[in-house]
Design a protein around this ligand. Structure first.
Ligand code: TZP
Ligand code: MG
Length: 201
């Protein structure tokens, strides 16, 4: 299955309940600090909403809960890969996206046969502390040449205004946090994103 070109990342089921009914077809739930009980509730609520609206939910980090709750897609960073039981993730039928920031990380990601790789940060971002310099659009082109048909997600500092350049450079999907959730009108911004990425859908 192809990834939708618009890939918002949010930190609560409230955001999912608010934005998914607007027409989003791909969303990541990325909750960094919460109790197991809260996480379980947040994932289950998000899953119910996404099922109702035909949106692909991708759960960041919490692969055990994702397996347990019958989710079908997880996203893991490089540091998560070492601890994750990839065999049980695969046995449960989950697909897997992996973050990468340089060539060594791309090789490590490819070795686990992911369903997509994410490359970032494309531009400066204040949503995550990272030691990598912005990769720029040229890196997207090179990365896409290297991975061929495997879907490439671009992330980091991407705005609606920059989305066309990013997609034209070879990214299959654009992942964003602040451009929607920190926008003064997140609902309208979401609708604008859906319209702006329509040519890639
Ligand atoms: N990984 C690389 S950059 C980033 C993550 C999670 C943050 C992206 O957020 P924003 O606000 O779209 O720059
Ligand atoms: Mg992680």
């Amino acid at each position: 299955m192809d990834l939708d070109p618009f890939y918002p990342i949010v930190d609560s089921s409230n955001w999912i309940d608010r934005l998914v009914p607007l027409g989003i077809k791909l969303v990541q739930l990325r909750i960094k600090d919460a109790s197991e009980e809260t996480l379980r509730r947040e994932i289950a609520t998000s899953q119910a909403t996404c099922r109702k609206y035909g949106c692909q939910l991708i759960v960041n980090d919490h692969w055990r809960l994702a397996v347990d709750l019958g989710c079908d897609y997880v996203h893991l960073g490089q540091e998560d890969l070492a601890d994750a039981d990839l065999a049980s993730i695969r046995r449960a039928g989950l697909r897997l996206g992996v973050s990468t920031h340089d060539g060594a990380e791309l090789d490590a990601a490819l070795s686990v046969k992911p369903d997509y790789v994410a490359l970032g940060p494309v531009f400066p971002t204040s949503s995550k502390a990272l030691s990598w310099k912005p990769q720029g659009l040229e890196k997207i082109e090179g990365w896409k040449r290297k991975i061929g048909d495997l879907p490439l997600v671009a992330i980091g500092g991407i705005t609606l205004e920059r989305s066309r350049d990013v997609l034209q450079s070879g990214a299959n999907s654009v992942a964003i946090i602040s451009d929607v959730t920190k926008n003064s009108t997140p609902d309208q911004r979401t609708l604008d994103w859906i319209a702006e990425t329509q040519d890639w859908r």
